[in-house]
Write a protein that binds this ligand. Sequence first.
Ligand code: NAD
Ligand code: UDP
Length: 360
Amino acid sequence: MQLRLSAAGRVLVTGGAGYIGSHTVLQLLLEGCSVVVVDNLDNSSEVAVQRVAELAGEFRKNLTFHKIDIRDKEALEEVFASTKFDAVIHFAGLKAVGESVQKPLLYYKNNLIGTITLLEVMAVHRCKKLVFSSSATVYGWPKDLPCTEESSLSAMNPYGRTKLMIEDICRDMHHADSEWKIMLLRYFNPVGAHPSGDIGEDPRGIPNNLMPLVQQVAVGRRPALTVFGNDYLTKDGTGVRDYIHVVDLAEGHIAALKKLFEDPKIGCEVYNLGTGKGTSVLEMVAAFEKASGKKIPLVFAGRRPGDAEVLFASTSKAEKELNWKAKYGIEEMCRDQWNWASKNPWGYESPDTANGGVTK
Ligand code: NAD
Ligand code: UDP
C-alpha cells in the first residue's frame, strides 16, 4: 500500500507524546512531514518523543516538541504564530473510562475545553484541516454487529460522552463553515508497539486497558490479571473486542491525512479504524502467553460496569475510501507488545520513578 503524503507538509500533533500519538508522529516524520508535538505530559513521558526522534533517523530534524496544555490558549497561539500548519491531528485527551465516572468535570474540562480552545486558535490562524481521535466507545452496547459508521450512537460514561460531544462540535463547525475539513476516526482497541520495541504504551498510574495490564503481569509488576466477566454470550464467556496493531492505526492517520489533502469533496467524515475481527479476553491472553512464553495468572471477577459484550468494526468504508486496511493480526500484536515490554519492563521510567507499580 502506498500512502505517500505529498501535500501535508507541516502537521501539529496534540498528545503526540502519548501511545498512539508517538507511533503516528514517527510515521509522519518518515513520510517527510514536519511535525510539531504539543503535550502536557499528563499521561506520557518526554522520553517517548526522544525515542521517536532516534527512530526517525535523518528526519529527526523535522520534529519539535512543546510541553503545553492545549487549554492554555496563549501558549497555543504562540505555537501557531511560529508555524503555518497544514493540518492538526488531535490526540490530546484523558481516556480512562473509570476515572471519568469518578471525576466527570475533569474529563469535560480537559477534553471539551481543550478541543474548543484548539479549534478557536486553528480558526484564527486559518488552519481548518483536522483529524480527531474518536472511539468505538461511541457505539455503546451495539445491537447489530459489525458496527458501521451509520450504527446508532450512545455513550455509556463521561469519557464516551466527551467523544460524542466533540464529534458533534466538529459536525457543527463544518456546517457553519465548509472550509473546515474534518476526519473523525473511531478507533477500536489499539494494542502492540513499534517493532523496534523502543516505543509503546506506558500509561501513568494503574492501567485500565487489557493489554497494558497483561504486560505488567508478564514482567512481574502485578500478580494476576482480573478478567471482568465470564458469563457473556460469547464463545468463552469473556468480552470480545476488535484489537488493532498501533502501527496499523498510525498508518490509518496517514491515509486519513492523504484523503483530507487530496479529496476536495471532504466535509466532516467518520471512519472506523479496526480489523473487523473479534477476539475474546481469553483468546488474547492465550496469544500473549504464546508470544511471550509467560504464564498469565487469571482471577475471574464480575462484569465491569459499562462494558459492552461484543464490539467489532465494519472496515469497508475505510478500505474503500481511505485505501487503508489493517495488516497485522493478534500474533504480531502480542509479539510486538512483548518485545516492547521485555525491553522496557518499567516503560520509559525506572522502577524508582515509574508510578504504575503494584505498590502505588
Ligand atoms: P495517551 O494518554 O497515551 O495519549 C494522550 C496524550 O494527550 C498524553 O500524552 C497526554 O499527556 C496528552 N494530554 C492529555 N490532555 C492534554 C492537554 N489538556 N493538553 C496537552 N496534552 C494533553 O492515550 P492514547 O491511547 O494515545 O490515546 C490518544 C487519543 O485516542 C485519546 O484522545 C483517546 O481518547 C483516543 N482513543 C484511545 C483509545 C485507546 O484504547 N488507546 C481508543 C479510542 C480512542
Ligand atoms: N478486561 C478485563 N480485565 C482488565 C481490563 C479489561 O477482563 O483488567 C476486558 C474488558 O472487560 C473488555 C476487554 O478486556 O472485555 C477490553 O477492555 P479494554 O478496557 O482494554 O477496552 P474497552 O473495554 O474500552 O474496549
